[in-house]
Design a protein around this ligand. Sequence first.
Ligand SMILES: *[C@@H]1O[C@H](CO)[C@@H](O)[C@H](O)[C@H]1NC(C)=O
Ligand SMILES: [Zn+2]
Length: 184
Amino acid sequence: MANKAIILLAVLLCAQAVFGVAVVSKSAWGGRAPRSKTTLGNNLSYAVIHHTAGNYCSTRAACAQELRNIQSDHMDSLGWPDIGYNFLIGGDGAVYEGRGWNVVGAHATNWNSKSIGISFLGNYNHNTATSAMINAAKGILADAVSRGQIVSGYILYGHRQVSATECPGTTLWNEIRTWSNWRA
Ligand SMILES: *[C@@H]1O[C@H](CO)[C@@H](O)[C@H](O)[C@H]1NC(C)=O
Ligand SMILES: [Zn+2]
């Protein structure tokens, strides 16, 4: 019985490793440590989708450079403690760590402490998210549910639904409206 339990545990651990989305850590993209952090609670009801409205990138190196630029802008020009978003999606199909799990972001006024913010690198008034990017975003949302950061019946909004902004851009807005957790 003990052996069976150990095998079952090993299978579960492997399954988690296989099905969880790989996240490119902040240190892997050359990000700076946050100046401070505020704890974000679990079992949140919302996720908010953004675009960075900046450069599109399709390689690890180009996305890492873009992330460093955005982080500098947020920390040095805007004076924020870190890059604003919890996670970002690159045109290379990778998920990049921003503030990460259980840290309040700076992405949607009045919604930061009740949602996670995921941003697509690029301007989706002109760019179009690839299926790899869409799968990456859906993957990190599924991971957010499995770790209890957001509830399984969470509501997905585009930034424009909670603030006066065109974010996340027209093409991405049209895309996320087809996702099962999106609500009008
Ligand atoms: C989320 O809420 C459920 C039900 O109240 C609770 O059992 C669970 O521990 C909570 N998850 C986290 C990660 O806090
Ligand atoms: Zn936004």
